[in-house]
Design a protein around this ligand. Structure first.
Ligand code: PMV
Length: 290
């Protein structure tokens, strides 16, 4: 029996645009998914398409048990975390000998196959290595996390479907490139500005709000996300934007230490769920078997 865990993430800047070669920044967070895999004569096809694909791609049959601290379908990377932890657990339990790099690349493959070909390497990379990362086309770079990066996540409790949102954007790219292309360029420019202003919270907040407006323009907003973003900004957050595919799921707000509680209260007043967390620098890891 082998148990591995992998962290979720917040998509700080550049989601959707990252699928089209623009830069994206994501940060691993503390909540994790734990996956136990063991040899078993009784193989039952897993319910999760991500887990089923992990077993298929490695040509292995075994049993699997999952526990998650992450809400699913909410933009916090739970599918990537489950994929990464499952591949590492299978690799360990069946002594397959794949390296961390190979398993990170395979995790991206699994996400691509499960999401009909459209998936950037962001979620699986950040879940494998932890920390804060910049992803652009083939390039993957770990960033030095800024000091005093105080965030609060707000879960709208409206679940979303990543594949559906990604397909919606693909439609817009195909049918209205004159509208979609400049939006993607602007999101890319915002992400690069953000990378150079990580310590400047005021500026970063303005960039978050601009990124959120452009995600709305792409058609991946949701009234519950807008409501939550406006509420936390009114409560004093520097900025707020959705995380991940949109159409529901979570927002993240950049706070000062002094206004964190006000932001948490504002989220609760919207009947949404606050998640207070911070960066996870570790990435995927082996857990003790219970
Ligand atoms: O909603 P999530 O956590 O699956 O994030 C999706 C992020 C996208 O940029 C929309 C897709 C991708 O593969 O990067």
């Amino acid at each position: 029996m082998a148990t591995w865990s992998a962290p979720g993430k917040v998509f700080l800047f550049g989601e959707h645009a990252v699928v089209y070669g623009k830069p994206g920044i994501a940060m691993a967070i503390k909540p994790r998914v734990m996956v136990t895999v063991r040899h078993s004569r009784f193989y039952q096809k897993p319910n999760s398409p991500y887990i089923a694909e992990c077993f298929r791609i490695l040509d292995i049959k075994g049993s699997v048990y999952v526990r998650s601290q992450l809400p699913s379908a909410s933009g916090l990377g739970s599918s990537a975390a489950v994929t990464v932890a499952t591949l590492f657990a299978i690799n360990d339990e069946f002594s397959l000998g794949h390296s961390r790099e190979e398993l990170a690349a395979l995790s991206h493959e699994v996400e691509k196959i499960t999401q009909s070909g459209h998936a950037s390497a962001t979620d699986t990379y950040v879940s494998t290595y932890g920390g804060m990362v910049l992803i652009r086309s083939g390039e993957k770079r770990r960033l030095i996390p800024p000091e005093n990066f105080s965030i609060v996540i707000g879960n709208t409790l409206v679940s979303h479907n990543t594949a559906e949102m990604v397909a919606r954007v693909a439609d817009l790219m195909q049918n209205s490139p004159k509208i979609a292309d400049p939006i993607m360029d602007s999101i890319g420019a915002i992400t690069m500005e953000a990378m150079h202003n990580m310590e400047n919270h005021k500026e970063l907040g303005i960039l978050m709000n601009r990124n959120q407006a452009l995600l709305d323009a792409l058609g991946v907003g949701h009234p519950a996300l807008s409501h939550l973003a406006l509420a936390v900004r009114s409560a004093g957050a520097y900025g707020a934007k959705l995380s991940g595919a949109g159409g529901g799921g979570c927002i993240w707000a950049l706070c000062s230490k002094g206004n964190k509680n006000r932001v948490i209260n504002a989220i609760e007043d919207c009947d949404a769920r606050p998640i207070v967390t911070s960066i996870d620098t570790e990435g995927v890891r082996k857990e003790k078997d219970e």
